[in-house]
Design a protein around this ligand. Structure first.
Ligand SMILES: NC(=O)C1=CN([C@@H]2O[C@H](COP(=O)(O)OP(=O)(O)OC[C@H]3O[C@@H](n4cnc5c(N)ncnc54)[C@H](O)[C@@H]3O)[C@@H](O)[C@H]2O)C=CC1
Ligand SMILES: O=C(O)C(=O)COP(=O)(O)O
Length: 527
């Protein structure tokens, strides 16, 4: 992928100073402005190519759409639920996070809350500060031998499991993605949630917040739990339904809750926070010197790597682009875009495309089909010189315009090439291209194989006509009359029937209709 141009970055929260330093050392101008209102952020964001946030900045569609120059939203941390990732993708903006920087800190806070719940440490501390010496009231229970249910067995869930096993807890869990044999390797037996709820003395959730995890622990699931179950939410407010939790702690069905996160932060409704069996923190999971230093450094380095075209790490909405950062991918991306442009120019029907079929040929292009498809769509959907789609939003835009994407790879072929075929209104248009000596070239157009590969650069004139000796003379005559010079020429290898030809020309013809009487079809473009 071509390096993404990022000159100015806004950091809108308290991010470790190393982030600013690294960005500046790499020639990026950095402004830090914290605690902006939504309106202030909307007014400010248009001045920046990049935005770095933690969890407090709500990067809504309004903010994203106001960021007319925005190319990157960097989350110095894990959860990206405060960023409207779909809106960013539509606008072609890369969203990236630093998911491993705060894993240990979040896991340690979870363990601290589990221990605090078992021994009432915060309540005992408050009572001491109140001048009391109440040993009876704070009778606890050992964690040893108890069952901990871990919902979400990703990075943090795994670290919590290991730590709590050392306290002698039995760890069981559920995760729809992590295979049971993998979690069994770190001592967590997986089972369905139905089986898990009734077994747990403690439950901790470590999933992202998304529709399928919102209210994962609700009235119905609390009812299936052991009476007095204790719960911890160090992931995101709302994974444990707050109203259901309040009902459960009030009834005693839940014996205590440790909360680091809330649906609304800070929470205006204080009922949970004020409940004597609820202990809470103001979203401190990642608030350690170590986690902040890692996340600040990671996000800055990831942005620098992206800007320099070195690598794309941590992107949450542009997985297809990760392989586009290999050093020799640039010319293949240019090829895909140029082939899309040729197809656009040569499709006679003005109807919207119904299908784009991209096939990569050759072992070395195995991982390139994704970005070649995006690049072809960029070429097809770009209208004129104005800001068109990019590799981030090409596929969502194609889906929005009703285009079905089909991709294939064939590595039995002994050459490296890319085939792009577009279907429109019952007919189709097909190109075959490759990169030769670092230059994107067109090898075939609609079945006509060019004798000389056509370098895809400059002004190109394509036409379809029956082969004849007069044809060339007549066409060059039309060009000369229009003051256009012929710079290169490539004919089809076939010698009979209608074939496609390509000419490199010094400038586009003012009126391509001048060729109408000489050819069956003609198209010109600049690539
Ligand atoms: N309190 C804090 O300051 C912090 C909170 N977090 C939160 O913790 C969450 C987890 O972080 P990581 O472990 O790094 O993420 P991760 O992506 O490594 O793990 C999340 C796991 O949840 C699983 N999952 C998804 N849907 C599920 C479902 N319906 N039921 C059960 N499991 C499901 C996934 O398969 C994945 O294995 C983050 O999304 C973030 O919101 C992260 C860091 C700090
Ligand atoms: O990384 C995460 O998901 C967190 O919740 C940490 O949030 P923070 O960066 O401390 O605002």
């Amino acid at each position: 992928m071509a390096p993404v141009l990022v000159k100015r970055v806004l950091i809108s929260e308290s991010v470790d100073p190393c982030c600013k330093t690294i960005l500046q050392e790499n020639g990026i101008e950095v402004t830090e402005k914290q605690q902006m209102t939504k309106e202030e952020l909307i007014a400010e964001i248009q001045n920046y190519d990049g935005l770095v946030v933690r969890s407090a900045t709500k990067v809504t569609a309004d903010v994203i759409n106001a960021g007319s120059n925005l190319k990157i939203i960097g989350r110095a941390g894990t959860g990206v639920d405060n960023v409207d990732v779909d809106a960013a993708t539509k606008r072609g903006i890369i969203v990236m996070n630093t998911p491993s920087g705060n894993t240990i800190s979040a896991a340690e806070l979870t363990c601290a809350l589990l221990m605090s719940l078992s021994r009432h440490i915060p309540q005992a501390v408050m009572s001491m500060k109140d001048g009391k010496w109440d040993r009876k009231k704070f009778m606890g229970a050992e964690l040893y031998g108890k069952v901990l249910g871990i919902v979400g067995l990703g990075r943090i869930g795994k670290e919590v499991a290991g730590r709590m096993q050392s306290f002698g807890m039995k760890t069981i869990g559920y995760d729809p993605i992590t295979p049971p044999e993998v979690s069994a390797g770190w001592g967590v037996e997986q089972m369905s949630l139905e089986q898990l709820w009734p077994q747990c003395d403690y439950i901790t959730v470590h999933t992202p917040l998304m529709p399928s995890t919102t209210g994962l622990l609700n009235d119905a699931s609390f009812a299936k739990c052991k009476k007095g179950v204790k719960v911890v939410n160090c992931a995101r407010g709302g994974i444990i339904d707050e109203a259901a939790l309040l009902r459960a702690v009030e009834s005693g069905q839940c014996g205590g809750a440790g909360l680091d996160v809330f649906v609304e932060e800070p929470p205006k409704n204080r009922a949970l926070v004020n409940h004597p069996n609820v202990i809470s923190c103001p979203h401190l999971g990642a608030s350690t010197k170590e986690a902040q230093a890692r996340c600040g450094k990671d996000i800055a380095l990831q942005i620098v790597d992206m800007v320099t075209g070195k690598a794309l790490v941590g992107a949450v909405n542009a997985q297809v682009l990760v392989s586009s950062f290999s050093p020799d991918s640039h010319q293949w991306i240019r090829l895909g875009e140029s082939m899309g442009r040729v197809l656009k120019a040569c499709s006679t029907s003005k109807k919207p495309y119904s299908q784009v079929h991209v096939t990569s040929l050759g072992e070395s292009l195995k991982k390139s089909t994704g970005f070649l498809s995006s690049a072809a769509v960029v070429g097809l959907l770009t209208e004129g010189p104005q800001k068109g789609p990019n590799l981030v939003n090409a596929l969502p835009l194609a889906a929005e315009t009703g285009i079905t994407m089909k991709t294939d790879h064939n590595d039995s072929n002994d050459r490296e090439a890319c085939v792009v075929e577009v279907s429109v209104n019952g007919s189709s248009c097909k190109t075959v291209g490759s990169v030769q000596a670092g230059v994107p070239v067109l090898l075939e157009l609609n079945g006509s194989v060019f004798r000389q590969p056509v370098p895809l650069s400059g002004h190109l004139l394509f036409f379809k006509a029956a082969s004849s000796t007069e044809l060339l003379l007549s066409i060059t005559g039309v060009l000369a009359a229009a003051g256009v010079e012929l710079e290169s020429f490539s004919a089809s290898t076939a010698s009979s029937g209608d074939q496609w030809y390509c000419m490199g020309i010094s400038s586009l013809l003012g009126d391509i209709g001048a060729l109408k009487s000489l050819v069956k079809e003609a198209a010109q473009l600049t690539v």
